[in-house]
Design a protein around this ligand. Structure first.
Ligand code: TXA
Ligand code: MG
Length: 318
């Protein structure tokens, strides 16, 4: 099927109240008409996602933001002018007519304009904003290819649009503006440094903060195989009788006989590393290993989002 025809069909499905998986530049999303609570409810069902975890509403034109939120602080206008379309989500006080199903009953709504031609065409053709979480089972790794979506959700979705691998590879950066103060709820594809260069100092939610920033669950983005991040080179013999995989940032570790090694970016480029992150973990997770050792990356720029995802992937979930 040609892309244009697939998008036309997908838009028809959304208009009829169905659910469609679609590519964005960050990860694949699982979308429904944001104004159709029954369609949105099916997303929660298919993902086995708790209903207190709200969804991001996707738009194809920045002016649509006005219809979704009560007011747009000037900082938000400057950020969206700079980073939309792109991996930035803003959380603002919502307009009454947005269903509670989308926002989990919160007074706020999260909105973003993705930077992917298929996503933008789909939203335009559907003639509605599209509510979409990442197209994975709740708590599991986010999908960065159509195959990842098929493996996890398969025939439970009405259609999967295939737009190839996602170019950014980690989810959008989420910034809230409670009382006009920018606050980073989730590090992502736009770096903190880039955001602060536009709006000044941004407060940061730590990983353990506040489950009321729902979805910021410590255990998230997790593969089936345990990932270990705080390993020590000196104690690697304790893993000797195990099947161990290694997730390297730049250089493969020389210390152990690993079953398999994934290198995120040979030249140590964050952008390349982020784009490879979930695919690399998916590949390691398919190998029936006892555990995966992951190498920490420097916490600057996109390294912050990469480390956030690695920490959540290793968390025990308390
Ligand atoms: O890059 C992305 O953001 C991808 C693509 C598909 O757009 N979407 C994505 O959605 O990552 P999801 O549902 O996996 O993560 C959205 C996060 C959740 O942690 C949710 O709790 C948070 O956004 N969120 C949504 N609405 C919110 C709100 N009103 N206040 C605070 N957090 C909110
Ligand atoms: Mg997700």
């Amino acid at each position: 099927m040609k892309d244009a025809e697939a998008i036309r069909q997908a838009a028809e499905i959304i208009r009829q109240g169905g659910i469609v998986a679609f590519p964005t530049e960050t990860v694949y999303g699982l979308g429904a008409d944001a104004y159709n609570p029954l369609a949105v409810a099916r997303i929660f069902e298919v993902k086995r996602r708790p209903s207190f975890d709200p969804l991001i509403v996707h738009i194809a034109d920045p002016v649509r933001l006005r219809k979704l939120v009560k007011e747009i602080p000037s900082g938000v206008r400057r950020l969206t002018e700079k980073f939309w379309p792109g991996p930035l989500t803003v959380v603002l006080l919502k307009e009454e007519n947005i269903p509670d199903m989308v926002t989990a009953g919160l007074p706020t709504v999260a909105v973003r304009m993705p930077d992917h031609p298929m996503a933008l065409s789909l939203i335009k053709d559907s003639k509605c904003p599209i509510a979409a979480p990442s197209a994975n089972l709740f708590g599991y790794l986010s999908p960065t290819t159509a195959e990842h979506v098929r493996e996890q959700l398969g025939d439970q979705v009405d259609l999967i649009l295939n737009g190839g691998p996602c170019s950014v590879g980690v989810e959008s950066t989420i910034v809230s503006f409670f009382k006009n103060k920018p606050r980073l709820l989730r590090p992502g594809g736009v770096t903190l440094e880039e955001i602060e260069s536009i709006v000044g100092k941004v407060e940061i939610n730590s990983i353990k903060d506040n489950p009321s920033a729902p979805g910021m669950f410590p255990r998230h983005y997790a593969p089936r195989t345990p990932i270990v991040l705080d390993w020590d080179e000196k104690h690697l013999d304790s893993y000797e009788d195990k099947k161990v995989g290694f997730l390297a940032f730049q250089e493969p570790g020389r210390f152990l006989k690993f079953e398999h090694i994934e290198v995120l970016s040979k030249k140590g480029d964050f952008r390349e590393a982020a784009a490879n992150l979930f695919s690399a973990i998916h590949r390691l997770d398919a190998l029936d290993l006892d555990l995966i050792l992951a190498e920490a990356v420097p916490e600057a720029g996109l390294g912050r989002a990469i480390m956030d995802r690695l920490r959540r992937a290793t968390s025990k979930g308390e």
